[in-house]
Ligand binder design. Structure first.
Ligand SMILES: Cc1cc2nc3c(=O)[nH]c(=O)nc-3n(C[C@H](O)[C@H](O)[C@H](O)COP(=O)(O)O)c2cc1C
Length: 444
């Protein structure tokens, strides 16, 4: 049995859950969007399950079907995590911050402050954000990709330099001598890039983990790989199959090596959207009762994925033999899974309730099924860990922690306790303070 243990993270966003319509589920308080106590409860449950981190995606704009679907975003990641940090002691916090719209000095200050007040548990998911609705909120156009990534390289380097600008031995705080700071160890960084700049220094001391950990998320474009390879300790991918996971994890590790780093210093995370229930049937029914008519609206997309006509009025019938023999997976990476589920003979409604159109693989059913999925991917080296988006946070986090986590622990692939007190220790990534001396230059 391998000594290496898998790592878990939990997505937090609107206080309801990852399912469409989660805010309408009877066990959910529809005010949870503005109710921080709910997020604190979920964080404490995840900590009971020894999760290494909470992950907060962020698209600061009104987008999507807000009229019926809810806001699908957290009010403010840094403020939410500040509150949560005071009600937890081990779990880490990875918040998204856009390099395209924030100044590096703001990022450096906020993330290091969170790191210090959480005693070394902060991480920054540095994204380039290409959503025009977000850009409009900052009064800017969406820059083209190479500019966004150049700005991202400059931003992360400036942020890390600012983090290191209060050197480890700078804080004398000698009440007898009267010397507070050794000012030779708190010096400006004087960094001027093409898009961003900062003089510094940043007046925040090191945390217990030195400085926050950097994460990257997205598809494996050459731009993103070059960024992640240089700076990221965690990479959140978007993969539906073990083969995809293996390929993307290998790409991310290679990118780290090419940047002069140890590939084990970047952990690859796959997503999973769990519905834990006593049986698959009960899990599907739980999802159907919440998803309601949104399932019917997904029928044309399913038909496209499988290359067949599907009549919306025949939602409660399986695909016919003719439909199945004519079906083939489209270019949509989820269509192979959809076809497998269809071939098992489920009705169209049930196929959709399996989450075949969700944005990460969905597992529905008893704990052992979830553990099998996770173990299979982990042992195939398709992921170092998973970030979970439970269907309904209110009872879905507890169900995963109380039912699935013990199975993973019994199988010897998940730790029975936290390795340490900092995010860096619990991810198993190297110490770093300031810039990484192994990493030089920006994107070619
Ligand atoms: C799992 C995952 C989570 C992401 N989270 C965010 C996010 O919270 N905010 C954001 O602006 N972009 C997010 N992204 C988008 C990516 O960072 C990136 O912008 C996207 O893949 C487009 O790539 P490009 O910038 O190279 O065009 C996420 C992507 C993935 C796969």
């Amino acid at each position: 049995m391998t000594e290496k243990k898998l790592i878990l993270g939990l997505a937090l966003h609107d206080g309801s859950g990852a399912l469409n319509n989660a805010w309408r589920a009877p066990q959910v308080n529809p005010e949870n969007y503005a109710n921080f106590e709910a997020n604190i409860r979920y964080a404490q449950a995840a900590e009971r399950g020894k999760f290494a981190f909470l992950f907060i995606p962020d698209f600061p704009a009104v987008r999507g079907d807000i009229e019926h679907g809810g806001v699908r975003n957290i009010i403010d990641p840094m403020i939410a995590l500040t509150a949560i940090s005071q009600a937890t002691s081990r779990i880490g916090f990875v918040a998204t911050g856009s390099t395209s719209f924030q100044e590096p000095f703001n990022h450096a200050r906020q993330f290091k402050a969170l790191d210090v007040l959480s005693h070394g548990r902060a991480g920054w998911n540095a994204v380039t954000t290409s959503d025009p609705a977000v850009a409009a909120n900052y009064g800017k156009p969406v820059a083209e990709r190479s500019e966004r990534y150049q700005r991202a390289h400059e931003s992360i380097q400036i942020v890390q330099a600012l983090w290191g600008s209060w050197q480890k031995e700078a804080w004398i705080k000698n009440q007898a001598s009267g010397q507070y700071i050794d000012s030779s160890k708190l010096q400006p960084v004087n960094l001027q890039g093409k898009y961003v700049a900062s003089r510094g220094p940043l007046a925040i001391p090191p945390s217990e983990q030195g400085q926050p950990v950097i994460f990257s998320s997205g598809g494996p474009s050459p731009h993103l790989l070059a960024l992640a390879g240089r700076y990221a300790s965690g990479f959140i991918g978007e993969v539906w199959t073990i083969e995809d996971g293996r390929a993307q994890r290998a790409m991310v590790r290679r990118a780290a090596e090419e940047a002069g780093r140890d590939p084990d210093d970047i952990k690859f995370f796959a997503g999973i959207m769990p519905t834990v229930a006593p049986s698959v049937r009960e899990g599907l029914d739980r999802r159907i009762s919440i998803l309601g008519d949104t399932l019917k609206a997904q029928v044309p997309q399913l038909a496209n994925m499988l290359g067949v006509q599907i009549d919306r009025r025949r939602l409660d019938e399986p695909l016919t033999t003719e439909q199945l023999s004519g079906a083939y997976p489209s270019r949509d990476p989820r269509s192979g899974i959809a076809l497998d589920v269809a071939r098992q003979g489920w009705t169209v409604r049930d196929i959709l309730a399996h989450g075949v159109i969700d944005y990460h693989p969905t597992v529905v059913g008893p704990a052992a099924l979830h553990a099998d999925h996770i173990q299979e991917w982990f042992e195939a080296e398709a992921a170092d860990g998973f970030w979970l988006s439970p269907d309904i946070f209110e009872d879905g986090v507890d169900a995963f922690v109380d039912e699935v986590v013990p199975v993973l622990q019994q199988r010897g692939i998940y730790p029975s306790d936290y390795i340490g007190t900092t995010l860096r220790e619990n991810l198993g990534v190297a110490e770093q303070y300031g810039l990484d001396p192994r990493v030089v230059g920006t994107e070619d």
